[in-house]
Design a protein around this ligand. Structure first.
Ligand code: SF4
Ligand code: SF4
Ligand code: FES
Length: 366
């Protein structure tokens, strides 16, 4: 089949960038990475990109296709070529470009290192004792452990675009991988560290990282878990944590979000005074309800019952974060969208982790 691509070439020495058209004859089974190999082999040997495993394991081949980060070795070209679409290929975002599709990963690795990505068991010598970790305990960090450090999430991160020092989705997911590990004894220190400036609470919750992660790590879920764990440990001095805390208090006490009090509860009274003029304007135009008496929802007992249920189930911290739906949707879409192109037969894609999925089904059947 004929496969056409447009590739943003970049020469860092000359500082020149140009969009170049390529068209090549390729077998029907090719991936985007295979097409790049063919172009490099047959058309232009100077084309630069990274690759190694060719099977979605090493994380080397992150790049953008039509503006969205992908692993080149994961993208099958058959449907794209048949549709007549000509995709635009470019280097990942939020990282300096070295040449063509190759980015400088130093900032990425610097942030991974900043998470102290190794177990800190709290002892020098384990002695004779064997520490057995159950499958259930490891389930908490199952998704985070799938990360291949490709950088696709970082490429798409909105927060990092405005604040390059933001730790970012990959590093924070790595942090959760250790915070959630029962063998690690540096949980509080880690959470304090990750909750600082440029940390957990600087995420804008845009979910782009979750959308683009090719391995189902769902980094935004990991960040939510870190936030919940930090609050469980009482590490809540950041404005983001205070904001989240007020959502909880407000919905528990009144079944309603009391927005009028959100600003003073988040920013403190002194800083909120600067916003009084703005608040008065909103009040005048009927945009905020009067704070006194607070509006209480008619069915507030239902909201309170929900809190009691979560508490009875012991779902504080990370255990209260529902995870897995995004990965599930993505895998279902891929299976449903290309049922005949699954190389190992129907159902051979791995199922993402859903907490309690198996147990729930068994209970329901019994
Ligand atoms: S979280 Fe996903 S997108 Fe981000 S580096 Fe890891 S595997 Fe890649
Ligand atoms: S959800 Fe947060 S970490 Fe993920 S891309 Fe958006 S801002 Fe970045
Ligand atoms: S070449 Fe290793 S992940 Fe694509």
């Amino acid at each position: 089949m004929q496969v056409a691509l447009k590739i943003w070439r970049f020469d860092a020495v000359a500082g020149e960038r140009k969009l170049v058209d390529y068209e090549i004859d390729a077998p029907e089974w090719v991936t985007l990475l295979d097409v790049l190999d063919l172009i490099k082999d047959q058309v232009d040997g100077t084309l630069a990109y990274r690759k190694s495993c060719r099977m979605m394991i090493c994380g080397s081949c992150g790049m953008r296709m039509d503006g969205a980060a992908v692993l080149a070795c994961k993208i099958r070209m058959y449907d794209i070529a048949q549709s007549g679409h000509i995709p635009v290929i470019s280097a990942m975002g939020n990282m300096p470009i070295v040449k063509d599709l190759v980015t400088d990963m130093q900032p990425f690795w610097g942030k991974i290192r900043a998470m102290s990505p190794w177990l800190q068991p709290g002892y020098q010598d384990p002695g004779e004792k064997e520490f057995v970790v159950s499958e259930e305990q490891m389930d908490t960090i199952h998704k985070e452990s799938l990360c291949i450090m490709c950088g696709c999430c970082v490429s798409e991160c909105n927060s990092m675009e405005s604040d390059p020092e933001f730790l970012g989705p990959a590093a924070l997911a790595k942090g959760m991988r250790f915070v959630g590990d029962v063998r690690d004894h540096a949980t509080v220190e880690r959470l304090q560290e990750y909750s600082g400036q440029h940390g957990i609470w600087d995420c804008t919750r845009c979910y782009f990282c979750q959308e683009r992660c090719p391995k189902g790590v769902d980094p935004r879920d990991a960040i939510a878990k870190l936030g919940a764990e930090a609050m469980k440990e009482g590490i809540d001095s950041d404005m983001g944590a205070k904001h989240a805390k007020w959502f909880v208090t407000s919905s528990k006490t009144t079944g309603w979000l009391r927005e009028t009090e959100l600003v003073p509860k988040t920013q403190g009274v002194a800083r909120s005074l600067k916003e009084v003029k703005f608040a008065m304007g909103l009040l005048k135009h009927g945009k905020v309800p009067p704070p006194i008496p607070p509006h209480v929802a008619k069915d507030v007992d239902e909201a309170r019952a929900l809190f009691d249920l979560v508490s009875q189930q012991g779902r504080g911290g990370a255990a209260g974060i529902v995870q897995g739906e995004h990965a599930l949707e993505r895998l279902e879409f891929e299976q449903g969208g290309n049922p005949d192109r699954d190389p190992f037969g129907e159902g051979s894609f791995p199922e993402p982790f859903l907490p309690g999925q198996g147990e729930g089904e068994e209970e329901a059947e019994s």
